[in-house]
Design a protein around this ligand. Structure first.
Ligand code: FAD
Length: 451
């Protein structure tokens, strides 16, 4: 079989390496965090040189049956995920969630890798993705991929297809929007009127602008001080450019006639439906880097949002990821370079478990291909398939990393949805369908024969 090179010793990388080795492949696992002259070389988010370091919380999300994170973990367990088994073995009490002892978890991953004779660990930064003869490569370098490798990925994929920041707009609870003050409309009446528009007159706009300019920014970590992309500037940065910049940008009122007055307002804040249930809306183009308390105060000055409950506040943070919908095929390979797989956060999945999940998938696919087989992609009806479908089919122009949720899974047929009114029961049915599709896929997956 071909050899496999895995770049990145975070979550996706070790999972991919252990999976491919288990399936009979020789693996070189590269990790740039290391000790040099007794001092650790780290990334701006990592505090250790350990494999599988959980950089923030220690939770791998819900274990409540028939939730989407539970379904994903069930599929991973059935596919023999090494890291999930180690997470189970190092779990700490956390109610309905799977949380782990992070030190113990990393330790066990290191032991598993050391015990696997087919894995060779190389503590070195990889900076080139030039093809290597008889070798498949899995890039799993995470949200803080090193600068040199980011440049190399940009060169290969076109730098416009590589993002360095995630800019997150605030989200409000739909029930807390004052419907008497807002109106539904599409700009120039094009398409369906899905947007909720919050109109401002001149006085309201001036007051909002003044409050925004005076609001206190969130603290910036050293590694977040880099320049913003012109295309997704925070609203407070736009506001500082001039009194009308927002009115010509995300608060542009043209083509949004208010049916109650027959006129265009002075400025408009648009709210876009966030999920299929329509129980939450995001403020379009309102990414910002203000303190949460300040966001609540300033954003409640928007007409219709006076009593809004914010489900998420705006944020901007470093996150390197490729535009997978334009670049990857259904087995997570670069379309123009089928010897290159992408896994983990850099492939556009979000979260610890999702990163491990895509490490598992690329490990399985790469091992099968290394043995000369043609593995079937995991079915769309499964959680793993839905994550894959999202990162390979989402709207490329607005692509943002996503966690697993029921919104990514295919809905039940209309007839069933009409009959089964209970949401929990519908979720149970979606999970049941997913697990049976998963079992069918596993039965035909050729890799097991290779071991
Ligand atoms: P990583 O775990 O980051 O692993 C990538 C590895 O590649 C790193 O060890 C890095 O050193 C190495 N590397 C990078 N470049 C090179 C190179 N050129 N050569 C060799 N090695 C290289 N998700 C959650 O579910 N919960 C959270 O609480 C959470 N908090 C987060 C907090 C921060 C600050 C960040 C940045 C992300 C957070 N995430 C969280 C998101 C995500 O789940 C984690 O980033 C997760 O670690 C991603 O797994 P990964 O394997 O893709 O990347």
């Amino acid at each position: 079989p071909q050899k496999i090179r895995v770049i990145g010793g975070g979550l996706a990388g070790p999972e991919a390496a252990l999976t491919a080795a288990r399936l009979g492949c020789e693996v070189d696992l590269y990790e740039m965090r290391r000790e040099v002259a007794g001092k650790p070389v780290l990334t701006p988010a990592h505090q250790t040189i350990d494999f599988g370091e959980l950089v923030c919380s220690n939770s791998l999300k819900s274990e409540s049956p028939n939730t989407a994170p539970w379904l994903l973990k069930q599929e991973m367990r059935r596919a023999g995920s090494s890291l999930l088994a180690l997470a189970d073995a190092t779990a700490v009490p956390a109610g309905h969630a799977l949380a782990v002892d992070r030190v113990e978890f990393s330790q066990r991953i290191a032991e598993a890798i050391a015990a696997e004779p087919r894995i060779r660990v190389i503590r070195e930064e990889v900076t080139s993705l030039e093809p290597i003869a008889d070798t498949l490569t899995i890039v799993a370098t995470g949200p803080l991929t090193s600068d040199a490798l980011s440049a190399e990925i940009g060169r290969l994929t076109g730098s416009e297809h590589l993002a360095f920041y995630d800019s997150i707009s605030p989200i409000v609870d739909a029930e807390t929007i004052d419907r008497d003050r807002v109106y539904f409309a599409a700009r120039w009446d094009k398409g369906t009127a899905d947007y909720i528009n919050c109109p401002m007159n001149r006085e309201e706009y001036d007051a909002f602008l003044a409050a925004l300019l005076a609001a206190e920014p969130a603290e910036t970590k050293d590694w977040e001080k880099t320049e913003y992309f012109e295309g997704c500037l925070p609203i407070e940065v736009l506001a500082r450019r001039g009194p009308d910049t927002l009115r010509f940008g995300p608060m542009k009122p043209v083509g949004l006639r208010d049916p109650r007055t027959g006129k265009n307002p002075w400025a408009v804040v648009q709210l876009r439906q966030e999920n299929l249930r329509a129980d939450s809306y995001n403020l379009v183009g309102f990414q910002n880097h203000l303190k949460y308390g300040e966001q609540a105060r300033v954003l409640r000055m928007i007409p219709g949002l006076e009593n809004a409950k914010f489900l998420r506040y705006g944020q901007i943070h470093r996150n390197t990821y490729i535009c997978s919908p334009r670049l990857l095929d259904n087995r997570l390979r670069l379309q123009i370079r089928p010897d290159l797989f992408f896994a983990g956060q850099i492939s556009g999945v979000e979260g610890y478990t999702e990163s491990i999940a895509s490490g598992l998938l690329t490990g399985l696919y790469a091992a099968a291909i290394a043995h000369g087989m043609d593995p079937a992609p995991v079915p769309r009806a499964t959680a793993l398939g839905s994550l894959t479908h999202y990162i390979t089919h989402a709207d490329a122009a607005h692509f943002q990393p996503a966690n697993i949720t029921f919104d990514l899974l295919p809905q039940l047929e209309e007839e069933i949805r009409r009959k089964v009114r209970d949401k929990k029961e519908r979720h149970r049915m979606v999970c049941e369908r997913a697990l049976s599709a998963f079992a069918e896929w596993q039965a035909v997956l050729p890799v097991h024969a290779a071991v």
